[in-house]
Design a protein around this ligand. Sequence first.
Ligand code: ZN
Length: 261
Amino acid sequence: MTDPDYLDDSYDRRFETTVTRTLDDRVTLERTLFYPEGGGQPADRGTLTDPDSGRTWRVSDVEKADTIYHHLAGETANATDDAGDGGGTDATSDIDGFETPTAGATVTGEIDWDRRYAHMRYHTAQHLLSALLLDEYDAETTGNQLYSDRARIDVGYDRFEDADLDAIEARMNALVDDGRSVASYEMDREAAEAELDPERTRLALLPASITEVRIVEIEGYDRTACAGTHVRDTEEIGTVSVSGRESRGSGEERVRLVLDS
Ligand SMILES: [Zn+2]
C-alpha cells in the first residue's frame, strides 16, 4: 500500500518517490501527496517528472482501491513558440502514445496546488457547515460533494427558509472569523466510539476491520472522523456565501456554498 503522505501535511505539494508498479496508463508509488478521490473530495491533479530524463507526465486522476493508482494522461513537453508572437507563455502539448515511467524509477511529484488548496478550504467549510446544521437545526449530514469552486451538502431537514439561510451564512462567517485551529490525529476506534458524538463521526459506517480512525478537530467546535485534507485555521476558508437550497425529496435538503476565490 502506498504511504498516504497527504494525511501528514496537507500543505506539502512536492515530493520524491519510487515507482512501484505500472499498469496501462496507471502507476503506483511508494508514497504520494496526490489525494485520491473520496469522502466527497475530488482527486488531485499534477505531474510526475523523471529528473534524469527530464520527462514529465500529467496526472489526470487518482483512485484508491487496494492501493493508490495515479492515472497518467500523457507526457508534456515545452513547446517552442514558432509563431514568434511574443506571448511569453510556455505552452505544453501532449505526446500521443506515451510510455509510462518504469517500476523502480525515482520520480518527483507535484500536485496542482491551486486546485488542492481550494478543496482544502471547501472541505473545512463543509465540516463547519455539517456541525452547525447538526447543532442548531438537528439536521444530520447524509452526503456531501465539493469542487474547487463550490460545495453542497445534503442533510435530513424539512425545509430551510430564506431567513434560515441568512442566519446560517452569518454563523458560518463568524466561525471562520474566529480563526479556530484545525488539527488531525489518529485515535483508537473504541475510544473514539466511546468519547465522540456518533451523529458527527458516523463511525458505525466504517468496516469492522478499521481499528484506528483519523479525527479532524475544529477547535472548540467539532470533532469528526475524516481522511481528507483541510486548512490549518478556519480563517483560511475566507468569506462564505450560502448560494442556495433545494429539496431532495421528503425530509432532505441540499444546501449550496460558494467561497470567495
Ligand atoms: Zn474532512
